[in-house]
Design a protein around this ligand. Sequence first.
Ligand SMILES: [Zn+2]
Length: 705
Amino acid sequence: MSHEEFPTDNPAVVTCGLPYANGDLHIGHLRTYVGGDVLSRALETLGQQTAFVSGSDMHGTPIAVQAIEDGVDPEEFALEWHEQYEETFPKFDIDFDNYGHTHDDTNRELTYEIVERLEAEGYVEEQEIKVAWDPQEDQPLPDRYVEGTCPYCGADARGDECDEGCGRHLEPGEIEEPVSTISGNPAEYRERTHKFFRVSELTDYLSAFLDRLEGTSNARNQPRQWIEDGLQDWCITRDLDWGFDYPGDDGEDLVLYVWVDAPIEYVASTKQYTERVGADIYDWERAWKADEVGVEAAGPDSGEIIHIIGQDIIQHHTIFWPAMLHVAGYNEPRAVVASGFMNLDGDAFSTSRNRAIWAREFLDEGFHPDTLRYYLTTVGGFQDEIDFSWDRFAERVNGELVGNVGNFAYRSLLFAERNFGGTPDADVSEEVRERIEEAVDEFEAAVNDYSTRQATQAAVNLAAFGNEYIQRHEPWNLDDDEAAPVIRDCVQVAKAVAVLVYPATPDTAQRLWDQLGEDGSVADATLDAALEAPPSDFGEPTELFEKIEDERVEELNQKLEDRVEAVAEGDGGDAEDDGTETDEAAGSDEGSMDVEALAEERIGFDDFEELDIRVGRIESAEPIEDSDKLARLEVDIGLETRQVVAGIKQLHDLDELPGTKVVLLANMEKAELFGVESNGMVLAAGEQADLLTTHGDAEPGTKIR
Ligand SMILES: [Zn+2]
């Protein structure tokens, strides 16, 4: 049974797998979010009504374990990361219509409704099972509280997932040779009563569902294998304090397993979107439960639910989740699009080794988000394993965005503006009309195939055609009458490129749109616009993309290498902190200085009063032998003389420092660096460590307020 082609009359919803709210995002994490955003924009370009939603996953042991490590409340811990994700995604133009989180009331209500429905339909039963237990801490060890060996493939595994081996979901009690991650001791198994969702009863339904399911082939093939091996019932409760309590009284101290309420957030987030914009703009119930009359009704043709996920969570999205939706009377997913892994320069990303390019860092380096979006979208197929390296990134940006798309748009529009003040008055040739139609067809077919790579390639190939076309006709050798139809063609191709490249590079497409003199937003343009004439007048264009120089690539490679080494040597500091900044300081040019944005959060005077800042005078300054950057200073602060370690060795002539008045934070926590105690912090400005001093003759010891 096949689905109707996009665009359909049903509202579509594109979701992205929820990120666990427990750490910084790196560019590898962004792959599925960029993928979801590009697909949802592309569907809208086809004229498909689409909501794009996701949210942060606040529950489960990944959060609880980390929060305990940091000594904070899990909710507070997760909310902080949630807020950071909420800020980060839009910076890459990943524009969710709603981005919620799993710990809010909307999700709680829907979760209870669905679980109660599973109970009412007779799909939940209790089972006595053995759960891992830490005898020393006398507490149960759900999921990531326990590690051991996968019973299926023998790889090292977490309590609920064979993350380094076969990728299977593991039920409580399955892991072999369990070890507590709390105490490091071997764990015992103890009998506990838990709730199970009888997924095994739904084998026939799930087999049929997989035959209807669209998306990437990995999302169908893996679950078919699992079904063939025989489905097990699924434990939906955990012995844990953090999460939603099991509904009703008989759950005792059990919470719902994180994978019950996590996908329900897709529904909750869509519902919140409707609550914000109104059901006349987007009706979440039509998307999720159009045919809601009972278990049998949810069928293949109702709702266009598309899940974009990483391949490590295929089982949750193709077995557990559709089973829950089916029993609860919701629509089933139309497609599951599962991305392959992403490596960094041939090796895995490693947050603990700081072997990553952080999302924030990518932008801080001054790169346009569209360049990363383009790279992630086109470097491989969505289910392929892909690799990021600065070299390959620069190669694609320079070759395809600068050299092809940017070059074509700029030369065409510049010629048009200089010679005709905009779009020349002529008809589009038959050849060019047909070529644009071909590109539009390719784009449409690619979106229906969930291939954002092919869809983007349709735009890039069209730009390549444009370059070839202008080269072939050499309008610069023609008089205006002869050049007009050629340039008219080129301007039309440029407009079509803007429409088709928009999903992958929305900001740049908008700039091209503006340069063509178009009003409004390219986001509102549908495929018809590709062949509609641009305005007759437009201004001088500017370059769309910036070339990445070889030296820049070398510098970025070096930076990554240094940082990984620093962590390996144990002096890398906090992985979230870019510890290599000062390495750059010596060589950085003074011309283009990046000024950090002002802090948004205000502090009270009381907070300021807590800082004991004093005038000091440097008595002596000497280098610390083993360190490249650090110097040991003796600073007289009136009441006493302080020994302070400062990262100024290469930035100042140490011999000239004695006698210099400085400003010192006196109640800074003491620290030890290269075996030298630092008792206070000398304040300095910027990467060159420009030392702060006083304008008048305030004596050492004077408090600054
Ligand atoms: Zn395994």
